[in-house]
Design a protein around this ligand. Structure first.
Ligand SMILES: Nc1ncnc2c1ncn2[C@@H]1O[C@H](COP(=O)(O)OP(=O)(O)OP(=O)(O)O)[C@@H](O)[C@H]1O
Length: 574
């Protein structure tokens, strides 16, 4: 740190030294290149004569006005244009044409409109700087993650909420870049206007001294402007540091303390009261009621295709009764996420019928929760504020349920940490708490634990099962995974997808709780696993082996006798 400051201080000394050498070697005429000493003396004279400060203030105040106005107009416009790609497509050629005009040529227009003074100077500064804000804010919005957009859609955010809670925050880093550039552009416009015509300002002084070829005060003025611009930029940097503190992964004790919290969570108790917290979403009551409906999900002959490519889902039919934990397994690209997106109302079906709790799917329903493969945490919100997001968007005033959910996933001590300060496992737990905070009756989970190490994955699976099994009515879960072992460990029923349709549909014949080692040691486990795996291939080889009878464990969850003949055509029957 000290070394950096020393190097920084050395740079102007080196520049002044080189300047002095150039002056003494007479590399340029004395008019063009006065000595550093002459420039310093000219600066002092400007100060003592009283010329410097009123003129500097005149320039800086006009530039500051231009900067603020540019931000006030440019940022909302840029964010809106980022949100509305069609509007952008229409307006882009015109905006680019205006932006490419040499704005300095507008100075006479501004003189006529506002007179020679602060108004016309600020107007020219604004005309240059506003595009910097507009373009940067738009680019900032375009940097929003697709998962964040999906998350806001799933949580039912309005356009206004999208604007204020996603797009403006996501554009903030780009807006800070715009402020740094905007300072320079606003000054350019203001000083340019002063040079053309003005009664006061640094530009006016520069014109006066240049007219008599007295360059020392001109350089002195430019240096003073450079110093003030640097101070302003440093101030912007300090504000940015505070507002964007979430960007930095903080290696402070808070981080290490929270990381050790991973272990604490393994024993995290799932309290019975946590689902009945008074802060649950307003429609939680309706959600709990809908949990008891017979068939939560009915998909009949649904087909989905994107563009001219072959159908991703082809006449797929699936019925899921309330409280069932269904694992959806399939090779990469087979349409698992598409299936969840259809159920969530994010992707419309091209043919067929889908009903979720008796109604067509609709993005933003409180009774449907969706957890993505990536956590989609908003980096500018703390863990607690991330969990609160769904309640906030749905207008719930109480945050108590979110706090309880953080407790349930064992992260109450990490509530005030930013995502950049959390481990991947902690981030997924925050995402789980966020998904459950609105108390959904149907839980869509798209490979939520795929990116985690084996131990953390196992912890989170246990946590999920506890949360699923909690209370009187189990949630219904559609859990996408690549991992057959995970499917057999978690689910009541496993369906495999291949070629856009359900290839097999099998009741998992094991009781709960399930222990992975014990499960894998069972002779029937390997048989079931291998049959399902054979069904994952795009073009399955028909099973020629003997029929397999799988008897369930004598546990309450699977006490009814289930004997399934396994093979490519095995179907689930409720
Ligand atoms: N919005 C989209 N536009 C065009 N094609 C899409 C879109 N969404 C998905 N697809 C295509 O649909 C197919 C199925 O994608 P999907 O994400 O549902 O597969 P998946 O089974 O979830 O794969 P993975 O396990 O790798 O996540 C892929 O070929 C994909 O390219």
């Amino acid at each position: 740190m000290t070394a950096r400051w020393l190097w920084r201080a050395a740079v102007p000394l080196v520049v002044v030294g080189l300047w002095q050498v150039a002056y003494q070697l007479e590399l340029a005429s004395g008019v063009l290149l006065p000595s550093p000493r002459a420039v310093a003396e000219a600066g002092l004279r400007l100060h003592s004569s009283g010329e410097l400060w009123p003129n500097l203030w005149s320039t800086l105040s006009a530039a500051l006005g231009a900067l603020v106005l540019s931000a006030v107009v440019g940022v909302p416009l840029g964010v809106l244009l980022g949100m509305l790609p069609r509007t952008w497509a229409v307006l882009a050629p015109y905006l680019n044409a205006v932006n490419s005009m040499p704005r300095i040529a507008l100075a006479p227009v501004f003189f006529v409109a506002f007179g020679i003074g602060q108004g016309s100077k600020a107007a020219l500064g604004f005309s240059v700087a506003v595009f910097v804000f507009l373009m940067n804010a738009r680019i900032g919005v375009l940097s929003a993650d697709d998962d964040h957009r999906r998350l806001f859609a799933v949580l039912g955010a309005s356009r206004l909420q999208l604007f204020g809670k996603l797009y403006v925050p996501v554009a903030v880093p780009a807006i800070f870049t715009a402020v740094r550039l905007g300072v320079v552009f606003a000054l350019l416009g203001v000083v340019g206007s002063e040079i053309i015509a003005s009664r006061a300002g640094v530009g006016q002084l520069i014109t006066t001294y240049s007219a008599t070829l007295t360059m020392a005060p001109v350089y002195a003025l430019l240096l003073v402007i450079a110093v003030f611009t640097s101070l302003l930029t440093a101030l912007v940097g300090a504000v940015e540091g505070v507002l964007l503190r979430w960007q930095r992964a903080d290696p402070s004790p808070g981080r290490s303390r929270s990381r050790t919290g991973d272990g604490d969570a393994r024993g995290a108790a799932v309290t019975a009261g946590s689902r009945t917290g008074e802060g649950s979403a307003a429609d939680a009551g309706a959600a709990v009621r809908s949990r008891t409906e017979a068939n939560v999900l009915e998909i009949r002959s649904v087909s989905v295709r994107f563009g001219a490519s072959p159908s991703v889902l082809s006449e797929l039919t699936l019925t899921v009764p309330a409280g069932q934990f269904v694992a959806v397994v399939g090779a990469s690209g087979v349409g698992k996420s598409t299936l969840l997106n259809v159920v969530a109302g994010l992707t419309p079906a091209d043919a067929g019928d889908v009903t979720v709790f008796g109604r067509p799917p609709d993005a933003g329903r409180p009774d449907v929760g969706y957890m993505f493969a990536r956590d989609a945490l908003l980096p500018w919100r703390t863990a607690r504020r991330n969990v609160e997001l769904g309640l906030e968007l749905r207008g719930s005033t109480s945050r108590e349920h979110a706090r309880q959910m953080l407790d349930v996933v064992g992260l109450s001590t990490a509530a005030d940490l930013y995502p950049s300060q959390l481990s991947q496992g902690m981030r997924q737990r925050v995402a789980l708490a966020r998904t459950l905070a609105c108390d959904p009756s149907l839980l869509l989970m798209d490979e939520p634990f795929a990116a985690l190490d084996a131990i953390t994955r196992s912890t989170l699976r246990d946590m999920l099962l506890k949360l699923w099994d909690q209370g009187t009515d189990r949630r219904t879960v559609l859990f996408v995974t690549h991992d057959l072992t995970e499917a057999l460990l978690l689910a009541d029923r496993v369906i495999t997808l291949a070629d856009g349709a359900i290839r097999s549909d099998v009741r998992v014949p094991y009781g709960r709780p399930r222990d992975q080692q014990a499960l894998m040691a069972r002779p029937d486990y390997r048989t079931l696993h291998d049959h399902l795996r054979a069904d994952l291939a795009p073009d399955p080889v028909p099973t020629t082996g003997p029929a397999v009878d799988l008897a369930p464990d004598a546990s309450p969850a699977t006490s009814s006798p289930v004997h399934r003949r396994l093979g490519p055509l095995t179907r689930w029957r409720a």
